[in-house]
Design a protein. Sequence first.
Length: 255
Amino acid sequence: MAAPISDSRLSQRVRVLPKSPDARHVFITGGTGYIGNSLIPVLIERGHRVRALMRPGSQGKLPAGCEAASGNALDAKTYQHLMRPCDTFIQLGGVPHPSPSKAAQFRAVDLVSGRDAIGAAAELGIPHLIYLSVAHPAPMMKAYIAVRSECEQMIQDRHLNATILRPWYVLGPGHRWPYALLPFYKALEWLPFTRSGAQRLGLVTLQEMVLALVEAVETPVQGTRVMCVPEIRGARLHRALEQGAQSALKRTARA
């Protein structure tokens, strides 16, 4: 598992990687949240143009180089006209720090924002929608899973070209307590009768999550692609970055 993203600025580390030959024009909701705030600088560093939906007056929270689009994530009519000429829509918006006690908020925020984002992408014919869902089935967080699954079904019903990512828990700044569970997860992944569930509900780092999203942006699909925990961990850019770090360590050791 990769080191926490705070150990090194990811946007600086990815400079050593070959850039995508095709720059994308990305529209993103949830750009100042836990994942979005780390994702946007990496997208910009890799040559993509990024426009983020913001509440009026919150533009100062965006990373440098990101365009601001003022609107309400719960009402696509307030931002749909700002989505052109984007070719990629990343839907990250939702209730922060999900927990079982927030079931009503999931339906009021996650479901409504997801529904409006999917509807806007379909109406404008956005070539590629990237939707952050959640790993399922799972023995907990039923209300959260239900809302995300409803949005996944909307994507299918609209026949959108989409990448759906299904992490379970994303480790990073302010989200570190599950590191204590890593030995437990390793044991469950080793046992044949618990391996599948442990891999589906495995932990991913913020770096792994961000680089999987970048890979989704740079490799648009026809139809629907689902990236579960193993695919998120195994994203091409993450592998390349880790292999480069290991090679650098070996060169240092030989010096």
